[in-house]
Design a protein around this ligand. Structure first.
Ligand code: PLP
Length: 293
């Protein structure tokens, strides 16, 4: 069951729509060109996690592609409407719900974005991969790690609706018997997953360090990684921002793909080679993440 609420100037709190019926114009630039932005976030026991960080990132993504969005208060009102409606319709209270915020450049020629919120239950795959971990392939994204600044039109740090390449990478991994992907740059740097941030733990010589790839290497700034770094820093972890290469992943004491819905997915193998993992570290980081609101 999916609840759908459109942001609509004629409806202050959003307009509830039937997700079982067509709601988008076939000429919407989101559909015809993937021209738009989105966010996916987890709602735990009725409360959206890291909502402000997601709204801020939605705004940054829109800014990068010169898209004018409804203001944050309008998003918040529509989110409340959608969550209330979901609670009313879905009688059994679900501990976790997925919330998506979407905005496209709108119907061709209208000059007005089409924006909506949807709410639905998470797929069981995410929960299973959290528990069992994932096998990952390293795949070349084809850009070097300094391209983002030189070519802002690639929108590398923005969460755009153009995820066909990311989905193709996951399908490619799946055809090779793997679960997910870590993209690398053409100059050999570790970048990100198609839907997640890379996180590495090193716990040697008495120091405990969490490392993630450099933020200026053309990756999406992860809200989960950001929140986890704040919590881990307060808990005494050293924090580092790359650069990371393939050998750093193979030598690590733990590697995870982290994201808002799946949270921490421990990486079990890279290109078919088993890597060290630590259920204790996963449990410790999961506890830190559980405290984040
Ligand atoms: N990198 C990419 C390309 C993503 O699509 C996502 C998830 O949406 C992430 C990283 C992780 O971001 P977050 O932790 O904010 O979900």
């Amino acid at each position: 069951m999916t609840v759908l609420v459109f942001l609509d100037p004629a409806h202050e709190h959003g307009r509830i729509a039937d997700a079982g019926h067509p709601q988008l114009m076939a000429t919407d630039l989101g559909a015809t060109r993937g021209d738009g932005v989105f966010e996916s976030l987890l709602v735990v026991r009725g409360t959206p996690r890291k909502l402000q960080a997601h709204l801020d990132r939605l705004g940054h993504s829109a800014e990068a592609m010169k898209l004018e969005l409804p203001d944050q208060q309008a998003w918040r009102r529509a989110i409340t409407t959608a969550l209330d409606e979901f609670a009313a319709v879905e009688k059994a209270a679900a501990p976790e719900i997925v919330l998506k915020l979407m905005s496209t450049r709108g119907v061709e020629g209208s000059g007005r974005p089409t924006s909506w919120v949807s709410v639905f239950l998470p797929s069981p795959t995410a929960a299973r991969q959290r528990e069992d971990g994932i096998d990952v392939l390293l795949l070349d994204r084809g850009y070097d790690s300094t391209i983002a600044d030189r070519a802002p039109w690639l929108l590398l740090g923005a969460k755009t609706l153009s995820y066909a390449v990311n989905m193709a990478a996951i399908r490619h991994a799946s055809e090779q018997g793997a679960d997910d992907v870590i993209f690398t740059s053409s100059d050999g740097k570790v970048l990100e997953g198609p839907t997640a941030t890379v996180l590495v733990a090193r716990t040697r010589d008495g120091t405990r360090e969490l490392v993630t790839p450099r933020r200026d290497s053309g990756i999406l700034p992860g809200t989960t990684q950001g929140a986890l770094f704040s919590a881990a820093g307060q808990a005494g972890w050293r924090l580092g921002y790359g650069p990371l290469e393939r050998a750093d992943l193979l030598d690590a004491d733990g590697v995870w793909l982290v994201s808002s819905i799946r949270l921490l997915a421990p990486v079990n193998s890279i290109d078919g080679t088993a890597i060290a993992g630590s259920p204790a570290l996963t449990a410790e980081l999961t506890t830190l993440l559980d405290k984040i609101t």
